[in-house]
Design a protein around this ligand. Structure first.
Ligand SMILES: *[C@@H]1O[C@H](CO)[C@@H](O)[C@H](O)[C@H]1NC(C)=O
Ligand SMILES: *[C@@H]1O[C@H](CO)[C@@H](O)[C@H](O)[C@H]1NC(C)=O
Ligand SMILES: *[C@@H]1O[C@H](CO)[C@@H](O)[C@H](O)[C@H]1NC(C)=O
Ligand SMILES: *[C@@H]1O[C@H](CO)[C@@H](O)[C@H](O)[C@H]1NC(C)=O
Length: 771
């Protein structure tokens, strides 16, 4: 859906706007983008003198002109690197969570002569109503126009960077010079959205985005690429590419060493190659995509093993596309893959056979649940809201409302004021939460009509006795009451715990959206420990003594929600320090939703004790990509075998590990994905990685975890792509041949190419519970 249509739907859904602006002091006249003009009083809540930390930085205040001729390099760089009173931005071995920055570009063309370098915790952002351009000068010196990752840190700990609402432009740079518009070698908890990459046509040495190194990114969304040699050059364990168009790019997407990826809503026009998957790809799903005037839509590898798996589903080409799939110079498929079919290459499991069939590439009939698709059969997708069509008077800064003090300082309990503000704003205003740590000692309930916007990952943090009882889990943020239908949207937040809270459920969603995305979460993440502002940072030498949280996210039975770009992380290391940490949180994402559809795009869920994702008695669930990692301390050498340390407080929905013997240490590890008694599930690109074993974190050299996924008694479940590193079995199943839990898919039967020396497994499609 285009932005305007989406916002129209939204405003139709909301109640009438009433005048509440009189009570606030942040009203601005004119129709400029509200975020540019609103009062900016964000702070860093957890560093010395953090109230003086400058979060919002308008590049024009630093001397940038944006006039299309002045060299703005130094001014922009100054805005990014502005530090504290000591004049520096610096941090520990793994980064800093205490130096958040939004570097804001008003509309204009900002010419730069050398690379703009970002820093950890920084969102580089333009005005979405008139996207500003960062333009490389003809004399540009450097390999990258923007270096989006803080170069002080390895990409594997490259979290908390963002780029949105911009045009990056190399059209003035000679077509013979090598330039990449964005270095994006980052991992989870990053944002790359609503950016146009503009390159000269035919400039084969110009690249839009590159992700050098081996990083763990989740999603890039709502982008455009015009001209150039390569649009996106991906080397990463996984990526979800959503709603991206490529026009006149020689190779739109070049995959190198990608283990698992999804392209959803990709549009290729006048490219030579759409997706170059000819080298080192585990599995790629291309869905809901179209191509015109493109010589080869997918260039596949010649591999005849599980590696090089491909799924194309609902991919439409017209007669101007001579080859849908090519291997080498041979065309192996022409024409479209119509709705209701998938073209699959790789290992397929079908209901009546216990062994995989290696498909060299064939069409198979498939289906999609009605609730998940629009009237032309595409999965619903949503453009992340900016609320840019609203006047500033309809945006309220929660820290400026008289009589309802809110501090976001990591010390004051903000619950009561925020609850009152939510009630007043429901259906009338969007709430802006300047950066800070907002402590919540009680459940904060979002009523229908709630729209909340954070800033460079504003933190909502649980505190106090309410969340202390492992046997009575309580939500910190509760989105609606069971059965409620309406609007509840959140963007740019981190949900966390200020203390060790065995009963904390960080977010519980009960509400169902009237239309998909009405209940929507964009660029919202979860973090348990590993950062300033939380006792789970330093008090977690052992998970036995650190039952840090119960559950990251619960999509409860009546909910219908859309989540895009989310990472639920139980910290394995200290982002503000140098050490390893061992908080033990029970569960990651629990999906019990039956309220009309659940959409999850670009999700990472890591290091929880019992499971990363648990889909239990749910209906109508789409997952575009799920990345998962086990808790690093589990596995060989660990004495705290799952479900410990949560044995005494298991919920009915929790796995009990009854399929493992009592002392089986590699069996008693958190499942990456467990699906039971559910129906109407279409799940793409599940990537489950295990790199180290046990408290000593010994690098794994062989199968270090027994089981990755458990599928129990489901119906109409279509799984496209399960990939593993270091798992002995990819899939356990139950309910097809009796009540025993049995091994259904082993790595040995599905082995892929080694990845950095690790053993991999790849199943292209698992349909054994699809009837
Ligand atoms: C912090 O800001 C306040 C108000 O501008 C100022 O009075 C104070 O000196 C600053 N503190 C430091 C350490 O810079
Ligand atoms: C087809 O694509 C080529 C580039 O590959 C371009 O030069 C040509 O103009 C395109 N034709 C149309 C009709 O768009
Ligand atoms: C369904 O979604 C696709 C992809 O977003 C879009 O191109 C198509 O127009 C939509 N169909 C309808 C009827 O809205
Ligand atoms: C499986 O369990 C159910 C419920 O406990 C029981 O009714 C059924 O007979 C069992 N089936 C087999 C094959 O053991």
């Amino acid at each position: 859906m285009r932005l305007a249509t989406f916002l129209l739907c939204l405003s139709q859904t909301l109640a009438r706007v009433t005048a509440i602006g009189a009570a606030v002091d942040n009203i601005q006249l004119g129709d400029s983008f509200w975020y540019e003009t609103i009062k900016h009083n964000g702070i860093s809540a957890a560093i010395p003198n953090g109230k003086n930390w400058t979060v919002f930085r308008n590049v024009k205040d630093f001397g940038a002109k944006g006039d299309g001729t002045t060299d703005d390099t130094a001014a922009i760089q100054k805005a990014i690197f502005l530090g504290d009173s000591t004049g520096t931005r610096d941090a520990g071995r793994f980064g800093s969570t205490g130096q958040p920055a939004v570097v804001y570009f008003p509309a204009g063309t900002y010419v730069v002569k050398s690379t703009i370098k970002s820093a950890i915790g920084t969102l580089i952002m333009g005005d979405p109503t008139n996207r500003p351009t960062i333009k490389a000068a003809p004399s540009f010196a450097g390999t990258y126009l923007v270096f989006g990752r803080d170069q002080k840190y390895s990409g594997l700990v490259g979290f908390y960077h963002g780029i949105k609402n911009l045009v990056l432009d190399s059209t003035s740079v000679p077509t013979t010079k090598a330039i990449t518009l964005l270095e994006w070698g980052v991992s989870q908890n990053n944002l790359l959205s609503n950016v146009l990459f503009q390159m000269p046509p035919g400039a084969t040495t110009h690249t839009g985005v590159a992700t050098p190194g081996m990083c763990s990114g989740l999603i890039m969304n709502d982008l455009g690429f015009v001209g150039g040699g390569v649009g996106i050059a991906l080397t990463a364990t996984q990526y979800h590419l959503k709603s991206i168009y490529f026009q006149n790019v020689a190779t739109a997407v070049k995959l190198t060493s990608l283990l698992q990826g999804t392209g959803q809503g990709l549009r290729f026009d006048s490219c030579k190659i759409g997706i170059d998957a000819s080298s080192g790809v585990g599995l790629f799903n291309l869905i809901d995509s179209t191509a015109t005037n493109t010589s080869t839509l997918v260039l596949a590898s010649a591999a005849s093993t599980a590696s090089g798996s491909l799924v194309l589903e609902n991919v439409m080409v017209d007669s101007s596309v001579p080859a849908t799939i090519k291997v080498g110079s041979a065309t192996t498929l022409t024409g479209s893959i119509e709705p209701g079919q998938a073209w699959i290459r790789g290992n397929i499991y079908v209901p009546d056979s216990p062994t995989p069939k290696l498909s060299p590439g064939q069409k198979v009939p498939t289906s999609r649940p009605q609730a998940l698709v629009n009237s032309t059969g595409f999965y619903h997708t949503v453009v992340p809201p900016t609320y840019a069509d609203l006047p500033a008077s309809q945006i309220l800064n929660v820290k400026t409302i008289p009589g309802l003090p809110v501090l976001g300082d990591g010390v004051t309990d903000d619950t009561a004021s925020l609850q009152a503000i939510l009630a007043r704003a429901a259906g009338t205003a969007v709430l802006y939460f300047p950066h800070g740590i907002y402590l919540l000692s009680d459940t904060l309930t979002l009523p229908p009509g709630s729209r909340l916007v954070g800033e460079a990952w504003t933190q909502l943090s649980a505190t106090g006795a309410k969340f202390a009882d492992a046997r009575r889990p309580q939500a910190m943020v509760r989105v609606g009451e069971p059965g409620e239908v309406g609007v509840a949207q959140m963007s740019d937040f981190v949900f966390t715990v200020a203390e060790i809270l065995p009963g904390a459920v960080l977010v519980e969603v009960n509400m169902a959206g009237g239309v998909p995305g009405d209940v929507g979460f964009f660029n919202c993440h979860f973090r348990i420990g590993g950062a300033r502002g939380s006792a789970a940072r330093t008090g977690c030498a052992s998970p036995r003594d650190c039952l840090a949280a119960r559950l990251a996210l619960h999509l409860a039975p009546t909910s219908s929600a859309y989540w895009e770009n989310t990472w639920a992380w139980v910290a394995d290391h200290d982002l503000d320090g140098s050490g390893e940490t061992y908080p033990g949180a029970a569960g990651g994402v629990l999906i019990e939703a039956r309220g009309g559809g659940t959409w999850i795009l670009g999700a990472g869920v890591e290091h929880h004790v019992l499971y990363q994702v648990n889909i239990n008695n749910a209906k109508d669930v789409f997952i575009g990509l799920q990345q998962g990692e086990a808790a690093y301390w589990q596995g060989t050498g660990n004495t705290l075998l799952a479900p410990a340390p949560w044995t005494d407080s298991l919920l009915p929905s929790d796995p009990d590990f009854g399929w493992c013997k009592a002392n089986e240490v590699q069996c008693r590890m958190g499942l990456y994905q467990r699906i039971s008694r559910s129906s109407n599930l279409n799940i793409y690109s599940s990537g489950f990685w295990n790199f180290v074993a046990g408290p000593s974190r010994t690098m794994c050299s062989t199968d270090c975890q027994d089981n990755a996924a458990l599928y129990e008694s489901n119906t109409k479940m279509h799984i496209y792509g399960v990939s593993t590193i270091n798992s002995k079995n990819l899939v356990l199943e139950k309910g097809l041949s009796g009540n025993e839990t049995v091994v259904a898919a082993t790595r040995a039967a599905n082995s892929g190419s080694p990845h950095d020396g690790f053993k991999t497994g790849v199943v292209a499609a698992y349909f054994r519970q699809s009837t």
